[in-house]
Design a protein around this ligand. Structure first.
Ligand code: HEM
Length: 398
């Protein structure tokens, strides 16, 4: 039996829909995705760890567009095919080994004072104004400042990043032509913006991320100059939108669960586990796609090579087999090995950075805004089909 992942019912309450799918057809065939949808934690986890399942390039869906459209989006396709080096396993390994040099725990820890400073500045401005709309005035500018700094973007240009990131997100929604065109425009604009920065780092390397990429002596980044510019754009996007969602939706969860907010104020040492629960409960990545390069068995079923699998992290993170009372938002939940950052060979390289930003930002909000309370009737969600949503705004009083 097939399930309609794009029905309005799903967008209204994805968890109710996923609960039903997981209980009735934990591995179900979806003609909409041309693939097998996995919703049980055990199956999703096994899939992330199975080396026979490989991630697909961000450009692959563009290759399947009908003739004229495919042509129209060829420029985006040329950029996206370098993203994370996913066109070949060796490129992906090169991509990871270059970036792991940068995203190590010590390097991320070095960023702590800057993240604190950025958060303070944004909260100073809110306190001066006497009002705060969390999405536009904190959750979006903070990660933009951080990733902009990693890439060595001058501060006055970092606002550009927020528009690019929103446009690229709509590009991946693949729902309407205008969104696709806007996304492609922003993607190319971002690349053109980055080119002179990259050229400058080639002439004069510093300690930043671009300098690490241009200094590679072999592999993907040494071979393909376009892979450098494309992956800088990829990092701007990967590091911005997701972290911004963590901050805004995480704060909303606390406002919706005042007893958890009070507990966190009382015991700030619970902050790391509170952030993990926010990631489990409403992480930014709903699902990821893999393709089998060899036959395999999963969840007791056999599959041949060349099959597509949709790993629904959002469903796995609410699996009652692993999480007792999954619908309960519980900042003390332990263990909490959620899949919000994926797992296995494609595990998020920016996880430590995202955690650092989330922890610092939420802690400072609670410290500096003791009277924090909602200034909205109902959350202002924007649907992100098929399974997601993002906050358009989040007004708070303090
Ligand atoms: C709360 C914030 C974030 C979330 C929820 C998130 C989520 C994810 C997920 C689920 C994946 C794995 C995709 C898969 O399974 O195929 C991933 C991969 C990745 N993320 Fe994140 N991410 C976040 C923040 C960041 C940040 C801040 C950066 C960098 C600045 C980043 C960079 C990456 C990269 C480079 C990959 C690709 C890893 C690879 O293919 O080897 N992410 N992220």
């Amino acid at each position: 039996m097939s399930q309609d992942f794009f029905s309005p019912e799903v967008l209204r309450d994805p968890h109710a829909f996923l609960r039903r799918v997981r209980a009735e057809h934990p591995i179900c065939w979806s003609p909409q995705f041309h693939g097998w949808v996995l919703t049980r934690y055990a199956d999703v986890l096994a899939a992330t760890k199975d080396e026979r399942l490989v991630a697909v390039s961000a450009a692959s869906w563009l290759q399947r567009l009908p003739g004229e459209l495919k042509q129209q989006f060829e420029p985006a396709s040329r950029c996206l095919r370098w993203w994370a080096g996913l066109m070949s396993e060796q490129d992906h390994l090169d991509f990871q080994s270059a970036l792991k040099k940068y995203f190590n725990p010590a390097k991320v820890e070095e960023l702590r004072p800057r993240v604190q400073q950025f958060t303070h500045e944004l909260l100073d401005a809110a306190q001066e104004r006497g009002s705060l709309e969390v999405v536009d005035e904190l959750a979006r500018p903070l990660p933009a400042n951080v990733i902009g700094e990693l890439l060595g973007m001058p501060p006055e240009d970092r606002a550009l990043l927020q528009r690019w990131s929103a446009d690229i997100l709509s590009f991946f929604q693949q729902v309407e032509l205008e969104g696709l065109k806007r996304g492609q425009r922003s993607l190319l604009e971002m690349q053109e913006y980055l080119r002179p920065l990259i050229a400058e780092r080639r002439r004069e390397p510093r300690g930043d991320l671009i300098s690490v990429l241009v200094s590679q002596k072999e592999g993907l980044f040494a071979r393909e100059p376009e892979a450098i510019v494309a992956n800088c754009a990829m990092l701007l996007f990967a590091g911005h939108e997701t972290t911004s969602h963590l901050i805004s939706s995480g704060l909303l969860l606390l406002l919706q669960h005042p007893e958890q907010l009070a507990l966190l104020r009382d015991k700030p040492e619970l902050m790391p586990s509170a952030i993990e629960e926010m990631l489990r409960y409403d992480g930014a990545s709903d699902a990821m796609v893999r393709v089998s390069k060899a036959p395999l068995e999963l969840g007791g079923q056999r599959f041949s090579a060349g099959e597509t699998f949709v790993l629904v992290y959002k469903a796995a993170n609410f699996d009652p087999e692993v999480y007792p009372s999954p619908e309960r938002f519980d900042i003390t939940r332990r263990p909490n090995r959620h899949l919000a950052f994926g797992m296995g060979s494609y595990y998020c390289l920016g996880a430590a950075l995202a955690r650092l930003e989330g922890q610092i930002c939420i802690r400072m909000i609670l410290e500096r805004l003791p009277g924090l309370r909602p200034a909205f009737q109902t959350p202002d969600w924007r649907p992100l089909p098929p399974l997601g949503r993002r906050l358009r705004s989040l007004h708070v009083a303090f």
